[in-house]
Design a protein around this ligand. Structure first.
Ligand code: NAD
Ligand code: DAU
Length: 351
C-alpha cells in the first residue's frame, strides 16, 4: 500500500483518483479534513476497497506509526499542508504546526518504519515530499527560471514553512539515509480546487455576479500547470526519482494574473453568457495588493523532462477551458464547499 497524506485536498484527491484509475496499489489516505479537505472529492471511490480513508493529523506520530506498520506501507506521498498564502499572512501558526512540525513528525514515523524494513522492502521504500516553487522567492522580469540548485528565498509564512519542511526532508536523507524525493511545483489549476485560490475564485465570483479581485496591478506572473500533469509528474518521481534528488515541475506557461482572469472571462462569455449580455470582464476590480507579494515565478523543468521523461500534456489553453467546464458542470460541488466558514473568510480577507 501507499500512504497519501492530504488526499482529500485539491491535488491529493486528484492524485488518489488518478493513481487508482491507473491501477496503482491500494491507498491509505490520511487527512485532517481542515476547511480545504473534502471527502466529496473522493465520492466516486465510495465502496472501493482499494481506498481506505483515515481522519487524522500527520502530526499524530502514534497514529502514523500504526498506519505504516499495519498496512506495510511501501511509500508515502506527502501532500498534507496548509497551502494558501493569504491565510498564512492572516494566521501563520497553523502553517508552522502542519507544514513544519507535522512534516517533522511524519519523517520521524517514516524513519522508524523504514528502519524496521529489510532487503528489497527497505530498498524500495520512498518518501515523496510535495513542495512548491515559492520556496525559491521571486524573480525579476529577465531572470532565468528557478532551477533545482537555486538558493531558497521564501517570502511568505507559507513559503517559509514549506522551505523549512524541504530542509527537514533533505536532512533526513543526508543524515539517516531515508530515501526521500522532493518535487517543487508551480501553480496548479483544475477540478476540486478550493475557491479561495485565484482561478476557482474568479469562476465562482463571475457566475455569482461578484467582483473579480485583482491584487495590485495584476501583472504578477505565475507558471500554470494543469493538476493532472502535476499528478503524472509525481507518479514518475515516485517510480523513477533518485533518492535525495529534487525535481522542479512546471507548465512552461507563464502568465500575468490579469491575463489569466481575462482568459477566464472570455471563456465564460462563450460557455455561459451573462444574463444581461455584458462581458464578465466588467466585474474585474483592482484591490489592495497582497503584502510581500512575489512578482514572478517560473520553473525550469528540464531536469524532470531529461531524467524522468515527464512533459505536461495540457497547454494552458486546453487545460483552462477544461477546468472552466468542470466548474460549470459541478456547481453543486462549489455550493457545498462555499459554506458558512468560506463566507467568513471572504468577508475577513476582501472586506
Ligand atoms: P489543499 O489546501 O487543497 O489541501 C491540503 C490537504 O491537506 C487538505 O485535504 C487538508 O485537510 C489536509 N491537511 C491539512 N493539514 C493537515 C494535517 N495536519 N494532517 C493531515 N491532513 C492535513 O492543498 P493543495 O493545493 O492540494 O496542495 C497540496 C500540496 O501541494 C501542498 O503541500 C502544497 O504546498 C503543494 N503545492 C500546491 C500547489 C498548488 O498550486 N496548489 C503547487 C505546488 C505545490
Ligand atoms: O506557486 C505554487 C503555489 O501556488 C502553491 O505553493 C500554493 O499552495 C498555491 O496556493 C499557489 O500560490 P499563489 O499565491 O500563487 O496562488 P493564488 O491562487 O492564491 O494566487 C495566484 C495569483 O493571483 C497571486 O499572484 C495572487 C493573485 N490573486 C489571488 C487571489 C486569491 C489575486 O490577484 N486575487 C485574488 O483574489
Amino acid at each position: 500500500m501507499i500512504l497519501v497524506t492530504g488526499g482529500a485536498g485539491f491535488i491529493g484527491s486528484n492524485f488518489v483518483l488518478e493513481w487508482l484509475a491507473g491501477g496503482g496499489e491500494p491507498v491509505v489516505n490520511l487527512d485532517k479534513l481542515t476547511y480545504a479537505g473534502n471527502l466529496a472529492n473522493l465520492a466516486s471511490l465510495e465502496g472501493d476497497v482499494r481506498h481506505r480513508f483515515v481522519h487524522g493529523d500527520i502530526g499524530d506520530r502514534d497514529l502514523v506509526e500504526r498506519l505504516l506498520a499495519e498496512h506495510g506501507v511501501r511509500a508515502i506521498v506527502h501532500f498534507a499542508a496548509e497551502s494558501h498564502v493569504d491565510r498564512s499572512i492572516h494566521g501563520p501558526e497553523d502553517f508552522v504546526a502542519t507544514n513544519v512540525v507535522g512534516t517533522f513528525r511524519l519523517l520521524e514515523a517514516a524513519r522508524k518504519h523504514w528502519g524496521g524494513l529489510t532487503g528489497r522492502d527497505r530498498d524500495a521504500f520512498r518518501f515523496l515530499h510535495v513542495s512548491t516553487d515559492e520556496v525559491y522567492g521571486s524573480l525579476g522580469p529577465q531572470d532565468p527560471a528557478f532551477a533545482e540548485a537555486n538558493q531558497y528565498q521564501p517570502n511568505s509564512p507559507y513559503s517559509a514553512s514549506k522551505a523549512a519542511s524541504d530542509h527537514l526532508v533533505r536532512s533526513y536523507h543526508h543524515t539517516y539515509g531515508l530515501p526521500v524525493v522532493t518535487t517543487n511545483c508551480s501553480n496548479n489549476y483544475g477540478p476540486f480546487q478550493f475557491p479561495e485560490k485565484l482561478i476557482p475564485l474568479v469562476i465562482h465570483n463571475a457566475l455569482a455576479g461578484k467582483p473579480l479581485p485583482i491584487y495590485g496591478d495584476g501583472m504578477q506572473i505565475r507558471d500554470w500547470l494543469y493538476v493532472g500533469d502535476h499528478c503524472a509528474a509525481i507518479r514518475r518521481a515516485l517510480a523513477a526519482g533518485v533518492p535525495g534528488e529534487v525535481y522542479n515541475i512546471g507548465g512552461n506557461s507563464e502568465k500575468p494574473n490579469l491575463e489569466v482572469v481575462q482568459t477566464l472571462c472570455a471563456i465564460l462569455d462563450d460557455e455561459r453568457p451573462r444574463a444581461d449580455g455584458g462581458p464578465y470582464a466588467d466585474q474585474i476590480t483592482y484591490v489592495t495588493d497582497r503584502p510581500g507579494h512575489d512578482r514572478r515565478y517560473a520553473i525550469d523543468a528540464r531536469k524532470i523532462a531529461r531524467d524522468l521523461g515527464w512533459q505536461p500534456a495540457e497547454t494552458f489553453a486546453t487545460g483552462i477551458r477544461r477546468t472552466v467546464r468542470w466548474y460549470l458542470d459541478h456547481q453543486d460541488w462549489v455550493a457545498n464547499v462555499t459554506s458558512g466558514a468560506y463566507r467568513e473568510w471572504v468577508q475577513k480577507h476582501y472586506a
